[in-house]
Design a protein around this ligand. Structure first.
Ligand code: ATP
Ligand code: MG
Length: 242
């Protein structure tokens, strides 16, 4: 295995092919994320956003290509090893432990970062997520969908990830809640949390992302700054539902 380069991107995905059984879903997908960047992975329904995230976290290992975290190859590691290397994942279906309190959910997620950092404590979480502070003793299963989404993000942060992957955080939530989650993610961005956000909703990403990659039918078809995308009507019309 090659030694990690000091200036390597924190996460580097290069030319990955992913299959479910016999059907190929991703075709040579490549993405780089530098520390402190925030990448929006945009694409329509079924484009391959979740599959890209599952490949990164080891749930859909690529048949070809490489995935490096801080320069170290990860594509043949287990999901647990990848999580410990510093990748935190918030899935589409927001998983909380319903029979445990909000606080216990947070404590279950607690671990040091791969480099030994423990920036995130319950106190800091309650500071950033005041809504959770008021319900710390409540069973997580009794929270609303939006509150569960926040708790899942908070629990993942408690693992002190170097990169936080959010799979469609706005999906299925009422507009007012989407706005709240957006504010929260914006705050994380201001704290220099390195992010990849998979979304169909470009508008949700405008204040959140520094960079964008657009995926369509398993291919990355466009890469730019968020400003570049917002000015590109052709790409928005062809690949996004806007
Ligand atoms: N477990 C699976 N087995 C077979 N095909 C799958 C499986 N999961 C997803 N697919 C297919 O892979 C393609 C990409 O799906 P994926 O879930 O990555 O898309 P997505 O961009 O996340 O879409 P959405 O916005 O609906 O979440 C789709 O054609 C989907 O039908
Ligand atoms: Mg998806």
């Amino acid at each position: 295995m090659s030694a990690p380069a000091a200036d390597a991107p924190i996460l580097s995905v290069a030319n990955i092919d992913v299959f479910y059984g016999a059907s190929q879903i991703l075709f040579g997908v490549s993405l780089d994320v530098e520390r402190g960047q925030s990448l929006a992975l945009l694409g329509r329904n079924g484009a391959g956003k979740s599959t890209t995230m599952k490949a990164i976290i080891g749930l859909a290992p690529p048949r070809a290509g490489t995935i490096k975290v801080r320069g170290q190859e990860m594509q043949r590691r287990s999901a647990d090893q990848i999580a410990r290397a510093g990748i935190g994942f918030v899935p589409e279906d927001r998983q909380v432990f319903p029979e445990h309190s909000v606080e216990d959910n947070l404590l279950i997620g607690a671990k040091k970062s791969a480099e030994g950092r423990s920036d995130w404590t319950t106190a800091r979480i309650y500071d950033v997520f005041p809504i959770l502070a008021g319900m710390r003793g409540r069973m997580a299963g009794r929270l609303s969908g939006g509150e569960q989404q926040m708790l899942t993000i908070a629990r993942t942060l408690m693992g002190n990830p170097d990169v936080l992957l959010l799979d469609e955080p706005s999906e299925g939530l009422a507009p007012i809640i989407v706005e709240k989650i957006g504010e929260l993610v914006k705050q994380l961005r201001q704290m220099n949390v390195t992010l990849i956000v998979a979304e169909q909703n470009m508008h949700f990403c405008l204040d959140i992302a520094s960079h964008v990659a657009v995926i369509d039918k398993g291919h990355i078809v466009y890469r730019d700054s968020i400003e570049g995308l917002t000015a590109n009507d052709e790409v928005k019309r062809r690949y996004l539902a806007v």
